[in-house]
Design a binder for this molecule. Sequence first.
Ligand code: G4P
Length: 534
Amino acid sequence: MTKQEEIKRRRTFAIISHPDAGKTTLTEKLLLYGGALQLAGSVRAKKNQRNTTSDWMEIEKERGISISSTVLQFEYEGYVINLLDTPGHRDFSEDTYRVLTAVDSVIMVIDAGKGIEERTRKLFEICRMRGIPIFTFMNKMDRPAINPLELLDELEHDLGLRTFPVTWPLGDGPDFKGVYDRLEKQLHVFSSQAGGASKAAETLTGTDDPRLTELMGPQLLGEWLEQIELLSMAGEEFDEEKIISGELTPVFFGSAINNFGVQLLLNYFVKYGMPPAPRKSSLGLIPVERDDFSGFIFKIQANMDPNHRDSLSFMRVCSGIFEKDMTVHNPRGGKPLRLSYPQKLFGQDRETVETAYPGDIVGLVSHGNFRIGDTLTNIPDLVFNEIPRFPPEVFCYLHNTAPSKYKQFQDGLEQLLNEGVIQYFQMVGTLQKTVLLGAVGQLQFEVVKHRLETEYAAECRLEESPFTEVRWLPLNSDPEDFKGMYLGSNVRLATDNDGQLVLLFPDEWAVNYFAEKNEGIELIKHSPLQGDTI
Ligand code: G4P
């Protein structure tokens, strides 16, 4: 197969949803179709025991939430699918957003009984900002659902996303009889698969099949046929270009747990989903066909496997062909790097990668030499600027409570900073080295504490801080330059992870007051060292 063909058959995507809409269940069913799981239903046989292949961290198991993301690669009908798992909890949005920089399209799962929920909306906004094509799966049709026309209306009016229902449901809840494929003009009759342990048996007939009256009764059937008619008269046209540009979402209805409608989604997804797309860089868009190698790190995860105790940096290949043992440069400086231990992950299992193409994700074993957002390439002066940064919204002190374990505390903290788990501030002018953490969500603090204690044998304590706002001072400012400034009570000068000067404020009012009193001092909402901001 040529390089071009290899690239074209790749589909790199993530599933986004509000917690509980069915992301994990859908992931399992997709893996089942990819032959990656023998019995999808057996993966989460026990309630609240979420040992799915992509869900491994101890804290995740304890809390029953999905915090970290991994990558699942499988083949389906000649396509290579890279499914990037995204954390479900809202406090981990930063991690999710980073994952979205590495995908080419997204499947948005919506609970058809609830419609669009808060977290879906937020994630959708990121997809829209990045112009990511979105496929929508209306899940849980086996339960009472919102009228499908209303669901489309929500997508159109709430999200401003045009819709093309590729499949259309016949009833919902106990009356859910199947879905109609509007492109193929075929009907797929629903048969309940308790536990979804096997691929759903689907019977194909047409809309004029006499069995339909039997199945639905004349009244329901009448209403349903009217809807189909209405859609073809008043609905959008199927338009591949609009799908690719993210303007139009193909919509599918089904029930992930019953494995119904999933294969239709997958078939259309591979057919119309986006092949690897070029990424923005300091040199403009880098075409995927370019021969020189380039990629960027979008996620770092330490201690993924207690048996290995190492750190894996996940790189998206953007151009060229990745080969084991190749040498690349990191424009951040340092010696050329030989990529000797590239890994492909499947949950806990690892496999060595010999070759990877644009769109693929490679896990690189690292020893603290990578940082989130790093570019790895052989193209001079190329830097990818893909990873968005987030100004922290919550702050908390972190104290090392065991002086004899200072080294463990420091090493662990450094690793977590490299992973981008948390942001770090240190007060200027204090003798005591107080660590202030900044995050997008409160739960991130607990993860830091938990990981420092379990993975690094450190001992620590979290303490509330009075700060709620941070502002950066211009790039490479010197504390000396601000000697005369009026700080006010509870406003502190500090440095961030990169040694850049910031001001910490107790509230928005204090920011405004400071600005009034210190005309001429520029306050920046995000680090001047960072790329795009959200
Ligand atoms: P998430 O990853 O988006 O958080 O959702 P997840 O797949 O864990 O699904 C949330 C709950 O919804 C699970 O039930 C799951 O079984 C159920 N579910 C998923 N798809 C469907 C569907 O098509 N129909 C129905 N009726 N339910 C569905 P749970 O009780 O929380 O867990 P479990 O006991 O099933 O493991």
